[in-house]
Design a protein around this ligand. Sequence first.
Ligand code: CMC
Length: 428
Amino acid sequence: MANAAELTVDGKSYSFPTLEGSEHEKAFDISNLRDQTGYVTLDRGYKNTGATQSGITFLDGEEGILRYRGYSIEDLASKASFLEVAYLLIYGELPTQDEFATFETAIRRHTLVNEDMRKIFDGFPVNAHPMAVLSSLVSAMSAFYPDSYDDTAEASTDQHIIRLMAKLPTIATWSYKRSLGHPINYPKNNLDYIPNFLNMMFALPVEDYKVDPVVAEALNVLLILHADHEQNCSTSTVRLVGSSKANLYSSISAGVSALWGPLHGGANQEVIEMLEEIKNGGGDVNKYIDMAKNAKTTGFRLFGFGHRVYKNFDPRARIIKKAADDVLAKLGVNDPVLEIAKGLEEAALNDEYFVSRKLYPNVDFYSGIIYRALGIPTNMFTVMFAIGRLPGWIAQWKEMREQKEPIGRPRQIYTGATLREFKSIEQR
Ligand code: CMC
């Protein structure tokens, strides 16, 4: 058979078809491997496993390419609005003016969150981490919209998509306001998506707040850069949870939890804390490079460095690094941590340990410096990532449903005890 993979095991030969994606990524189709051979594959961390065929995001880690639905991240970040990109990811095409107006108006009209959700929110400790609040309240949304349990109701899916897109920024700002002891702000639907979020974050009842267009534009770019990244940890979580036919809110809530981890979206908070620590310790970046090189004994990793897929520059990091310079200059912010980050990057990129392992700055390395310049507090960084990633999670969940994928259920190689005889407690 042409383009087939031959496998010989236990003296027998088997043939498995190969397949190729639209960007020439190659795969062995082993869907029938266990049925035919009795073997499964072992692939810790899914480093070689294609969990699905997807038409949403293409990334080439060797070449440092990232595209949403065929459009380059560089083009989208410089020319599109976040909501246009959200539409593109979720529905597959850039919207026409009419399509965009319908989508945007629907989101504007759903920004208000049910007042009973406030009672749940009020039960959280004042210093609760905003990611804990976010995942809980997104999960709670499923209780407020029980029609989301009916997975045959295709029509209402759009309604849930709109609700999530509209309400996530509202919920996200609540925990910040509360941590300050300030009243929460209701959405103002005469404002666009990002200005509305900024207003809820920063406005106070006692004075006027005017959204700075530099801040809104910087946030637009950051949200676009975070909007999707194919089968990463949180997206795979969303797809896996959704594959059991769990509703959209529960699936997204699980994604928020997965994103929180410091090896994933939580890295943006870790980066800024690490840079602060370097600054407060006198700015010796080489000490931290050495600690990272001895990760096996120190347990320390250079946060914001390395990526499972990118073995070249993360294209998002390139855009963010330039944006950090621009935004800080435009806002007149002088953050010493930016120089420390640049020094750390330079030292790492010239160090054999990082070069040989192809470890480059990732999306999280410079994003926190921009968030900080925009006035967003450190413990909200990963929440910002979640707001950006939401359309990607939704798009992937929707694609998974439309492709009628089976429930996700990996196998294992059991290494525990073999059959043992039960002894009653007196005999043990
Ligand atoms: N600092 C020091 N060494 C590192 C780092 C790092 N940040 N990242 C990887 N390495 C080393 C690692 O010790 C290993 O070395 P060796 O071959 O000697 O054992 C080698 O590089 C390969 O690392 P790995 O852990 O096998 O790679 P992975 O693909 O499993 O992990 C990663 C990818 C992103 C989890 C990892 O690079 C990391 O922990 N980075 C720091 C956390 C971070 O910035 N995460 C954000 C990722 S991008 C945005 C997102 O996904 O949310």
